[in-house]
Design a binder for this molecule. Structure first.
Ligand SMILES: N[C@@H](CC(=O)c1ccccc1NC=O)C(=O)O
Length: 326
């Protein structure tokens, strides 16, 4: 099953200030053949998706890079998946300082310095997504290829912040950032204040390293406390899915983190937000991200979730048309 021979990897830079303003793309080597069609199933879904990853590392860990996506990509890079996956991308973004990896600002070239502060991380993620839209046609508009945005830990936070439209200035306007078809969070951080409180302040320094000391800011950027409406900021959400994937063996992120996000999203169930929650993954916090099999399985299920939503829309439209013609 594991195979990247069918894929060609390209490293792109989407910014010039820092070496982490880069992203990896894996595309099928042979030009896209006709879609496979499943014999006998006229309703077989035909949509292809890009899969776009945002890694975690609590906004600061230089050991985690876009290459973390590789293990799942090797599982999904089998020729048979060409029919459903348009390509893979994985983003790096500027990081905040990490106390175990100090840098000397006097001697380190600026492009290598890890001194990002919120909203730098998010501004980079948005630039990267706008880059994918320009260069690869990834997006939610007419003629664009839809994508699944998946993230691990703070990567899941960043994915939701894209959807929330958290203010971050930066060079990319809101309209340039394509909205995903699905948002998939693995071991996600959704409530920075609540998480830190439940862990008795253990995360204070890590979160402050990225967001500063003001807990009001932490709250503002936390998807659980989003004051707006996901159903309004997430263009196309009624045809999309939100997936919360969680392994209870996580030593860093507890179940209430998932419960809180699920409850927040379900507040908007009637406004078109479709939530799928899995609490049965296995492995510790980082193990989930490193397990290509686990990540790949959830991504395949997310695409199946999108297919279900598409099928329901199609049935509804057919029923409506019948009514009109009767
Ligand atoms: N390995 C990371 C720790 C880390 O990634 C982390 C720790 C606690 C809760 C969430 C984490 N990662 C989220 O992106 C570090 O040492 O900075």
């Amino acid at each position: 099953m594991s195979d990247t021979r069918n894929l060609k990897y390209t490293l792109h830079t989407y910014g010039t200030d820092n070496e982490l303003q880069r992203l990896g793309v894996w595309r099928w080597i042979r030009p896209s053949a006709e879609q496979h069609s499943v014999p006998g199933d006229p309703d077989a879904p035909k949509t292809k998706y890009w899969l776009v990853y945002i890694h975690g590392g609590i906004w600061r860990d230089p050991r985690t890079t876009h290459l973390q996506a590789k293990s799942a990509i090797t599982f999904l890079g089998a020729e048979s998946n060409r029919a459903r996956i348009a390509g893979f991308a994985s983003l790096d973004y500027r990081l905040s300082p990490h106390p175990e990896f100090p840098q000397d600002a006097a001697t380190t070239p600026p492009a290598k310095l890890r001194v990002a502060k919120h909203p730098d991380h998010l501004a980079d993620v948005r630039c990267a997504l706008a880059f994918l839209r320009r260069e690869y046609g990834v997006g939610h508009g007419e003629g664009e290829t839809p994508y699944v945005l998946y993230g691990h830990s703070c990567g899941a936070t960043l994915a939701w912040q894209v959807v929330m439209g958290v203010e971050c200035g930066g060079p990319v306007g809101r309209d340039a950032v394509p909205m995903p078809a699905a948002v998939v969070g693995f071991q996600g951080m959704y409530d920075l204040v609540g998480l830190n409180r439940r862990f008795k302040g253990a995360y204070r320094d890590m979160i402050a390293g990225a967001f500063g000391d003001d807990e009001e800011v932490w709250k503002e950027v936390s998807p659980v406390h989003f004051k707006g409406k996901f159903s309004e900021t997430w263009t196309g959400c009624e045809k999309g899915v939100a997936v919360l994937a969680y392994s209870p063996q996580d030593e860093w992120i507890d179940m209430p983190e998932i419960d809180g996000m699920e409850a927040r999203l379900k507040e908007e169930a009637n406004a078109g937000i479709h939530v799928q929650t899995r609490r049965d993954l296995t492995g510790g916090h980082d193990e989930v991200a490193e397990s290509g099999r686990t990540v790949a399985t959830v991504l395949v299920q997310s695409i199946a979730g999108l297919d279900n939503v598409a099928r329901i829309w199609k049935m509804t439209e057919e029923l409506m048309n019948e009514r009109v013609s009767n």
